[in-house]
Design a protein around this ligand. Structure first.
Ligand code: NAP
Length: 282
């Protein structure tokens, strides 16, 4: 089934839109990676999430070309790595992403991690603001920013990120940060939305909802994100799983089902020790 016609859109604060579910491309690489990405596009994904550090931007660009879809029907987002937060390096990072992707514009440009000990995420944010001005990036946002990092970026520039891509899954539902996003008008994107290797597919809150709606546990989890108002980026190398992860617009969880899944959240529910105040990625 081509689910594109039924995938709703999020409106960003800058007036542009993103599809309600996107495709995570890490760690898809090489010819197999290209094939998996082409498959994802064929089954209906219209937003591909990559990063300089995934070392697969060339593959993403190739998949877009092989898909045969017009450029304007697909959206690509990439991320500036921690080693490139200095203003000129951030600019060069985005220019490098565009070169590897073979594109003229990034649909969404993000800062991958705040790396607070480096202390230059505001500089990288200024670079994104200017890159948008130059037309090299359409929408600008961040990833793994806490409320404080968001506020620093906003205070320094008067510009609020359109997106913050953070760890969200049933073990770590990010209730407080999502409320901050709502207050500031920032779209939450969910990384590791299924919980990756620790997916909660056997939890009664998930299996009971799956049975009630005649869908898989993974579909319940993707749908949970959608109903939270977040944009999940599930990754799968397998066409059937790609397809079913996107096929979540023909049913709705009850409020009680959503609440029961959110209640799986734990203070230590992160998949690894990825607290952005202490975890750094260069
Ligand atoms: P995920 O999407 O939660 O989980 C992916 C894993 O689940 C893969 O092993 C996949 O295996 C499996 N899977 C997918 N669909 C399934 C299904 N229907 N049933 C059972 N298993 C299924 O985790 P992720 O890959 O860590 O995160 C997704 C994306 O988020 C990444 O690709 C990346 O784009 C982004 N990300 C961003 C950050 C950041 O710092 N900004 C950090 C991590 C991830 P198969 O491939 O075999 O299906």
């Amino acid at each position: 089934m081509d689910t594109t016609t039924t995938t709703p859109l999020h409106q960003l604060r800058d007036g542009t839109t993103l599809p309600a579910v996107g495709f995570g491309t890490y760690p898809l690489r090489g010819e197999d990676g290209i094939r998996a990405m082409v498959s994802a596009i064929e089954v209906g994904y219209r937003l591909l999430d990559t990063a300089v550090n995934y070392e697969n931007e060339q593959e993403v660009g190739e998949a877009i070309r092989r898909s045969g879809l017009p450029r304007e029907q697909l959206q690509v987002q990439s991320k500036i790595p921690g080693r490139d937060h200095a203003y000129d390096r951030a600019v060069a990072s985005v220019e490098g992403s565009l070169r590897r992707l073979g594109l003229e514009q990034l649909d969404v440009g993000l800062i991958h991690w705040p790396n607070p000990s480096v202390g230059r995420y505001v500089e990288a944010w200024r670079a994104l603001v200017d890159l948008r001005e130059r037309g090299l990036v359409r929408s600008i946002g961040v990833s793994n920013f806490t409320e404080r990092h968001l506020q620093d970026a906003i205070d320094a520039t008067g510009q609020t990120p359109a997106v913050n891509q953070v760890e969200v899954h049933p073990w770590f539902p990010q209730v407080e940060l999502r409320a901050v996003h709502e207050r500031l008008g920032i779209l939450t994107q969910s990384w590791s939305p299924l919980g990756k290797r620790n997916a909660p597919f056997a939890e009664p809150a998930v299996t009971e909802a799956a049975a009630a709606h005649g869908v898989s546990p993974a579909q319940v989890v993707v749908r949970w994100h959608v109903q939270l108002g977040a944009l999940p980026l599930p990754k799968s190398a397998n066409r059937e799983r790609q397809q079913s992860n996107l096929d979540v617009f023909g049913f709705a969880l009850t409020e009680a089902e959503v609440a029961a899944i959110t209640a799986l959240g734990r203070a230590d529910g992160r998949l690894f020790d990825g607290d952005p105040d202490t975890h750094e990625e260069m």
